[in-house]
Design a protein around this ligand. Structure first.
Ligand code: PEP
Ligand code: MN
Length: 624
C-alpha cells in the first residue's frame, strides 16, 4: 500500500499514520519523489485503504498488487539513480564496469584497470572470493585480493566492485570496496541479502541462474526492506535448454524490469554467453534494449586467466566495443562518455575553487535539447541555467555567472550553427568537450486533446523544418515561431488552450505535464546535433582525443593547401573543415578545423609551429 501525503501534512498527523503502521507491524518507508511525500507500507495494517484515506493529511492510498513493494515503480515512479563516488547508475550516461573475473595479482589488476579506464570504463570489477563450481578451481585471493582492489581505486582512480559470498566477509567488504556484488548463485541467500541491506553500500544484484523476474525483484525487496535503496539489478543469463552458450541472455528482462521497478538494470554478457566472440554483440543489444550499463570481463592474458578466460575480452576488443556503444547510446537517448570520471572531477574542482555549485548556461527552458545535452554531459553535478540567446550564454561565461556554456555547433541535417562559430572567435574561451544528441520531435498537447482540436503549433523554425513532411499533412495548422521548443511547451501549458500544440521532445512533455500525441515526427530519424562545452578555464586533467582550430591564410595560390599538407604529412585526420566570412573583410575567410588528436600535446609541438608559420591568424579553440 502506498499512502500519498498532502504537502502541508504536519508532524503530528504523520506520526498518527506511522504509529498505526507500527502497531500493525507493517514495514514502512517514507519516500519523497517529484515533490510528493509517500509512505510505502507492506504487511496487514489491520485497516482498509479507505481508513487511511480518511486520515488527516492523506491525499490517497494506492494498493500495490505485486509481491514486491519497495522496488515497484508504482511506489517510486522516477528512476532511481545509484551513486557510487563520481558515478551515477541509472541516469542518461551508460555505466560500464570492467575488469577480470578474479583478481589474480597486483600487476594483473593494475594493468587491466588502466586499460579499461582509458577505454571509458568507470568502475573496476574483480572477484576476491570466487564461488566456483569445482572446489579444486581457483577460489580467489581473499583479503589480499581486496587490498589490491583498494590499491586500484587509489592509483587508477576508479571505484571498485567485488562479490561477497558470506555475511562473514561484511567487515572486509566495508573496509576495501565501493560496490558489493551478490552473485547469481547467492541471489536467494536471504541472510546475505539482509546483510548487504544493512551494510548500506551500493549492491549489484545478479539474477539467479533459474530465477524468475519476480523472484529476482523479491530478492531486491529484501535489500530495500533493510533500508538500502542502492540496488542495481544485473541480468547475467539464465539456464535454458540451449547448450550452445553458457547461459541464455534474457534481453526481454530489460524492458520488463524497466516497467516493474525504478531500480537500474545492467547487463553482463560475459557470464551470459561464456564465449568471447559473443560478448560484444550481446552488449550492444543490451544497450539498444535500454540497459543502464554493462559489466564486462576483460583480461590482458585471457589464455592464462585463472577463471573465465574464455569469455574475457582482450583490452583492444573492449575498446572497440566501447566505440560501438558510444555510437549506439545516443540512438536510445543516452551517452557513453570516454571522459566520464575526468568530467566529474572538473565539476568538483569548480565547486572547490568557487565554493558554489557549478552551473552551465544553455539555450532555452528546462526540457530543451541544450538542457538535455547539459544533463547528459555533466550528469547531476552541474546545474543548467536557462538563457535566451547564444550570446547570452557567452556573456554569462564571461561574467562568471556560469562556469560552463553548452552550445550547439552543427546538426546532421541542417548543418553548422554559424552564429556559434562566430562567437567562438569573438570570445576567448576553450572548448572542453563535446556531446552528440539524437534529436527526436514529438507533437505535444494538453492532456486529453484530440488531434482535430489543434489549430496552432508552436516551435522553433529549425524544428518546423525538420518536421516538414509531417506538417505538410496538416496544412490547416498555423505555425507559431518561438525561441526554443521547451519555451513553447511551457507557454502552452500556462495558456491552457487545447487548440495549441507544440513540437518538442519527450523530456519537455514530462517536465510540463503534457501529453505526447504523436511520437518521432521528424522527417529523417538520423537527426543528430553536436554540442560543445565551453569554459573560461580549461581543466588540466583528462585525455584529449580531438582538437578544434580556427585560422586564416594569406590570399595567394596554394595558401590553404600549404596548411592542409601539414596535416597530411603528419598523418593527422581532419574530421571537419568549414570556412566562414571574416566580419568587415569581404571575401576573406576563416577556416575552422576539427582534427583527431591533442594538438597541444608535446607530440604535436612541431606541427603547431609549422601551422603558425603558414597562417596569418591562428587560434586553438580547444583540445578535448
Ligand atoms: C562474476 O561476476 O564473476 C560471477 C561469478 O558472476 P555470476 O554470479 O553471474 O556467475
Ligand atoms: Mn566470472
Amino acid at each position: 500500500m502506498l499512502i500519498v501525503l498532502e504537502p502541508e501534512i504536519n508532524q503530528e498527523q504523520k506520526n498518527t499514520i506511522l504509529n498505526i503502521l507500527r502497531d500493525g507491524r507493517c514495514i514502512f518507508r517514507e519516500i519523497t519523489s517529484t515533490g510528493q511525500t509517500i509512505i510505502g507500507a507492506t504487511g496487514d495494517a489491520g485497516h482498509s485503504p479507505e481508513f487511511f484515506e480518511n486520515l488527516p493529511g492523506v491525499v490517497k492510498v494506492i494498493p500495490v498488487k505485486t509481491a514486491f513493494k519497495l522496488v515497484s515503480r508504482q511506489l517510486h515512479p522516477e528512476d532511481t539513480r545509484v551513486r557510487i563516488g563520481d558515478v551515477e547508475v541509472g541516469g542518461e550516461r551508460i555505466v560500464v564496469i570492467a575488469g577480470p573475473c578474479a583478481v589474480e595479482s597486483r600487476q594483473q589488476a593494475l594493468a587491466i584497470a588502466r586499460e579499461v579506464r582509458n577505454s571509458g570504463a568507470v568502475l573496476f570489477r574483480g572477484g576476491a572470493f570466487k564461488p566456483r563450481t569445482s572446489p579444486y578451481a581457483f577460489q580467489g585471493l581473499g583479503e589480499d585480493g581486496l587490498k589490491i582492489l583498494a590499491e586500484v581505486r587509489e592509483t587508477v582512480g576508479m571505484p571498485v566492485v567485488t562479490e561477497i559470498t558470506t555475511p562473514a566477509q561484511a567487515d572486509l567488504i566495508m573496509k576495501y570496496v565501493d560496490v558489493v556484488q551478490i552473485g547469481a548463485r547467492n541471489m536467494q541467500n536471504f541472510d546475505l541479502l539482509k546483510c548487504v541491506g544493512r551494510l548500506g553500500k551500493p549492491v549489484i544484484l545478479k539474477r539467479g541462474l533459474s530465477a524468475t523476474i519476480e523472484e529476482w525483484l523479491m530478492s531486491a525487496e529484501y535489500i530495500l526492506s533493510e533500508g538500502n535503496g542502492n540496488v542495481i539489478l544485473c541480468e547475467r543469463g539464465i539456464r535454458t535448454f540451449e547448450p550452445y552458450t553458457r547461459n541464455t541472455l534474457d534481453l526481454s528482462a530489460i524492458p520488463v524490469i524497466k516497467a516493474l521497478t525504478h531500480l537500474p538494470v545492467i547487463i553482463d554478457p560475459s557470464h551470459a554467453t561464456g564465449m568471447r566472440e559473443k560478448v560484444s554483440p550481446m552488449a550492444r543489444a543490451g544497450i539498444a534494449a535500454g540497459a543502464d550499463g554493462l559489466m564486462i570481463e576483460v583480461h590482458n592474458d585471457p589464455d592464462r586467466a585463472l577463471s573465465d578466460g574464455a569469455q574475457s575480452l582482450y583490452p583492444n576488443q573492449f575498446f572497440q566495443l566501447m566505440r560501438d556503444i558510444y555510437v549506439i547510446a545516443p540512438v536510445v537517448g543516452k551517452q557513453l562518455d570516454f571522459g566520464y570520471l575526468d568530467k566529474t572531477r572538473t565539476a568538483r574542482a569548480v565547486k572547490k575553487t568557487t565554493g558554489k555549485e557549478p552551473k552551465a548556461a544553455c539555450l532555452g527552458e528546462m526540457g530543451s535539447n541544450s538542457h538535455r545535452a547539459c544533463i547528459q554531459y555533466f550528469g547531476s553535478d552541474v546545474t543548467p541555467l536557462s538563457m535566451r540567446s547564444f550570446r547570452e550564454i557567452f556573456d554569462s561565461v564571461n561574467s562568471g555567472a556560469a562556469d560552463f556554456g553548452i552550445i550547439p555547433l552543427e546538426n546532421s541535417l541542417a548543418g553548422s550553427i554559424h552564429e556559434n562559430y562566430d562567437l567562438l572567435l569573438e570570445y576567448d574561451f576553450r572548448i572542453i568537450g563535446e556531446i552528440t544528441l539524437r534529436i527526436k520531435h514529438d507533437l505535444l498537447c494538453l492532456p486529453g486533446t484530440k488531434i482535430e482540436e489543434i489549430r496552432r503549433v508552436h516551435s522553433h523554425p529549425q524544428v518546423f523544418r525538420q518536421c516538414r513532411q509531417y506538417l505538410d499533412r496538416h496544412p490547416d495548422w498555423d505555425l507559431v515561431f518561438v525561441t526554443d521548443s521547451a519555451q513553447a511547451v511551457k507557454q502552452i501549458r500556462e495558456a491552457g488552450d487545447k487548440a495549441d500544440a507544440a513540437l518538442a521532445g519527450k523530456d519537455a512533455a514530462e517536465i510540463y505535464g503534457m501529453e505526447v500525441l504523436e511520437e518521432g515526427i521528424e522527417t529523417n530519424p538520423r537527426n543528430f546535433t553536436r554540442f560543445v562545452v565551453i569554459s573560461a578555464t580549461p581543466p588540466t586533467n583528462g585525455s584529449r582525443r580531438k582538437s578544434s582550430l580556427v585560422y586564416s591564410t594569406g590570399n595567394q595560390p596554394g595558401a590553404l593547401f600549404a596548411t592542409l599538407k601539414i596535416f597530411a604529412d603528419n598523418g593527422i585526420n581532419l574530421v571537419k573543415l568549414e570556412s566562414r566570412p571574416i566580419h568587415g573583410k569581404p571575401w576573406e575567410y576563416m577556416f575552422y578545423i576539427d582534427l583527431e588528436g591533442d594538438i597541444e600535446s608535446d607530440e604535436f609541438g612541431p606541427v603547431l609551429g609549422r601551422l603558425r608559420e603558414k597562417t596569418d591568424f591562428f587560434k586553438i579553440l580547444g583540445s578535448y
